[in-house]
Design a protein around this ligand. Structure first.
Ligand SMILES: N[C@@H](CCC(=O)N[C@@H](CS)C(=O)NCC(=O)O)C(=O)O
Length: 209
């Protein structure tokens, strides 16, 4: 297997942490997003969405989208389980993981892309010809504030995002918090439950990737 990766980007990190949690160290090929390597024909032949990460299997199959990559890896390397052991837990993990990507990662991404001159004409991932919209910087901040409030409510009731153990949902939320912190939207003061969770998940050795 091989991972098409980008060290500076938060979504490939979700896949890297997942692989590390499984004890897998696979070859990686760095794709330079800022230079637009992900938008070149060679890469679009690998992933027409123009996004990283992508997992390449030994038979030449390409899998895009982090949860799909993780689903495949979990099927081949079931332990430690990170995506659910029964239908209800599996659904709960998927629900929280999707929530973290759609409401956390996309909010931080909206903020970052629209404030970054190097991404002029690249207001959305995987394409060009989309201008930056400065108002979306403010909207991204508000979306993140809402996300953080919901995380705090959740962590007041639950040790981890999807229940009482570490799962893929926590991996995505951790990558969101670190990306949001990079764009100066760290965990708000007073969100003690979220801080307690963050300290626990970021202390795992796999968080260092
Ligand atoms: N839903 C996708 C998100 C992937 C994504 O947005 N990746 C970003 C890097 S963090 C990307 O490829 N951006 C390309 C660009 O900015 O043009 C997944 O789960 O893999």
């Amino acid at each position: 297997m091989k991972l098409y990766d980008c060290q500076m980007a938060p979504n490939p990190r979700r896949a890297r942490i997942f692989l590390q949690e499984k004890g897998l160290d696979i070859p990686k090929r760095e794709i330079d997003i800022l230079a637009g390597e992900n938008l070149e024909d060679d890469y679009l032949a690998i992933n027409p969405f123009g996004l990283v990460p992508v997992l390449e299997l030994d038979d030449g199959t390409f899998i895009s989208e982090v949860p799909a990559i993780c689903r495949y890896i979990e099927s081949q390397h079931p332990e430690p389980n990170l995506m659910g052991t029964d239908p209800v837990e599996t659904a709960r993990i998927e629900s929280w993981e999707r929530y973290a990507e759609m409401n956390g990662m996309q909010a931080a991404g909206e903020l970052f892309r629209n404030m970054t001159p190097a991404l002029d004409d690249r207001g959305l991932p995987g394409m060009t010809g989309i201008e930056r919209i400065p108002a979306l910087v403010e909207r991204g901040k508000r979306r993140l504030a809402h996300f953080y409030a919901q995380l705090e409510d959740r962590f007041a009731q639950s040790e981890y995002l999807a229940g009482d153990r570490f799962t893929l949902a926590d991996i995505t939320a951790l990558c969101v918090v670190d990306f949001a912190t990079f764009v100066k939207q760290g965990i708000p003061e007073g969100n003690e439950n979220t801080k307690r969770w963050y300290e626990a998940v970021s202390a795992r050795p796999t968080a260092a990737v």
